[in-house]
Design a protein around this ligand. Structure first.
Ligand code: FCB
Length: 470
């Protein structure tokens, strides 16, 4: 009996190894060193006239008093020092904030709709909340700013969280029903929709490492949530498209915001670290998008997902911030993803400066991803890119260096349609609270006074000229 068990164990072990190498071979080349030309050639780049220039925010991070969602509940018990409270009070101050964005030359603005305000109880719709977002959209349009609307940015209504959130098989349908409601009410003035923000990050933080609500650490649950998010997107995509056809509105563009992180081996000399970095790259950067494009996600021995429809992306939003180093960490799950490597000695690497959250500033990575994601032959939007810092000069440099990376990628043919800095305002940075200052506009959280930073003006100069000189 015991020898049978040991044979079984060996079988499972070898199957996992085989699966791992199969999956890695599928992504071979993804992280291959794109020869970067950033900084090599002196010249001037002109952005297209209709390039979308602006910034991004999300409801829970700026609106304030979103008391009816799972993050609020989590803050009361788990994050006593980092409660969102009134945040930037943007629920009441959007007009003032959008006037500032307009004065800074922005031509686009990404924000999210708070599901818990639209559907405070299951099946009950708050028409005044829908009307509020109607005003938000009209306010942007009247200022010549293109609204880019996210439908789910990490938060869930409490009633839904209490019945299992994205773990429940009912949630994709419930999400699609909410999306349909929003689209029918607001769609006449919206062209760009983003169904989900960073689904991979959500799964990882909330269901793999348990740092975010509901604080679960379970590979099985993480997998189910991942699958439901995929399905939720596909159903929502169809609802949006159907609503526009029914109403006779111009066909919209529907996408997601995909988080992308450069993953490098902790030690280039270690094959196991390199494999872990490759695997992470595929899992975190490509798997979700690939599944939506192909209508399926497959990894021998690990999972096989079939979606009701393929090609449910009209554009891809990329949220890019930094680079991570990966250390091999076993062959089980989540060990096969490797773990963050923090060692600084013995490694043949030269890292750039860190930001406030110890995220390395690595502009070349944006160039790498814009080229890498060009393979999907879909328009690409930099839907987030930013720096949390108290040094505003550093923020200006950050923006310029990342825009150079965008310019070089476009010069090489990447179909980039816009660049949105994260964030318009300092705001509530989830578990980190109000400490990191990401804003082009500073916020005094006591008085709610706004202060336009110099970096915002540097960004404005580039927007207005439409040119970047090297
Ligand atoms: C992204 C999130 C956004 C913000 C930035 C700093 O991952 O989408 O809400 O927290 O990081």
């Amino acid at each position: 009996m015991s020898s049978a068990i040991s044979i079984m164990k060996k079988f499972v072990f070898f199957r996992t190894i085989l699966a791992l190498f199969f999956c890695v071979s599928m992504v071979a080349g993804c992280t291959s060193t794109h020869k970067t030309i950033v900084g090599e050639v002196p010249y001037e780049f002109t952005f297209p006239k209709d390039f979308l220039w602006g910034a991004a925010t999300s409801s829970h991070q700026v609106e304030g008093n979103n008391t009816n969602n799972d993050w609020w509940e989590w803050e009361q018990t788990r994050l006593p020092r980092a409660r969102s409270g009134q945040a930037c009070d943007q629920w009441n101050r959007f007009e003032e904030d959008f006037k500032l964005a307009q004065a800074l030359g922005h031509t686009a603005h990404r924000f999210s709709i708070e599901w818990s305000r639209i559907e405070p109880q299951e099946g009950q719709w708050d028409s005044s909340a829908l009307e509020h977002y109607g005003q938000v959209i009209r306010s942007l349009r009247s200022k010549g700013i293109e609204p880019i609307v996210t439908l789910h940015h990490f938060t869930l209504p409490l009633w839904l969280a209490h019945q299992g959130g994205w773990l429940s098989e009912k949630t994709p349908e419930l999400f699609a029903r909410y999306v349909q409601k929003v689209t029918e009410a607001l769609g006449s003035d919206v062209h760009y929709w983003m169904t989900l923000n960073e689904p991979g990050v959500y799964v990882y933080k909330a269901y793999v490492i348990g740092d975010w609500p509901p604080g679960v650490k379970s590979p099985e649950q993480a997998f189910k949530v991942f699958k439901n998010l995929l399905l939720g997107h596909v159903l929502a995509y169809e609802k949006i498209k159907e609503a526009y056809t029914r109403k006779g509105w111009k066909e919209p563009m529907v996408g997601i915001a995909q988080s992308v992180l450069i993953f490098r081996a902790c030690s280039d000399r270690s094959l196991r670290d390199r494999v872990a970095a490759r695997f992470r790259h595929w899992m975190f950067n490509h798997l979700f998008v690939q599944a939506l494009v192909r209508g399926r996600a497959y990894c021998l021995g690990l999972f096989s997902i079939h979606l009701p429809k393929a090609k449910t992306l009209d554009f891809i939003g990329l949220n890019y911030y930094t680079r991570d180093f990966v250390l091999h960490h076993g062959y089980g799950f989540p060990g096969i993803l490797g773990q963050a490597c923090t060692a600084t000695v013995e490694l043949d690497r030269h890292t750039g400066k860190d930001n406030f959250l110890s995220w390395e500033i690595y502009p070349k990575g944006l160039h790498t991803f814009l080229r890498d994601f060009s393979r999907y032959e879909l328009p690409l939007l930099v839907s987030e890119n930013g720096l949390g810092t108290d040094d505003d000069t550093e923020r200006s440099e950050f923006i310029i260096e990342h825009l150079k990376a965008v310019a070089f990628a476009m010069e090489e043919g990447a179909p980039v349609i816009g660049y949105l800095y994260w964030s318009l305002l300092d705001n509530y940075e989830w578990a980190e609270g109000f400490v990191p200052r990401f804003g082009l506009i500073g916020v005094n959280y006591t008085t709610q006074e706004r202060t336009v930073r110099d970096s915002a003006k540097k960004f404005e100069e580039i927007i207005r000229s439409g040119k970047l000189r090297f």
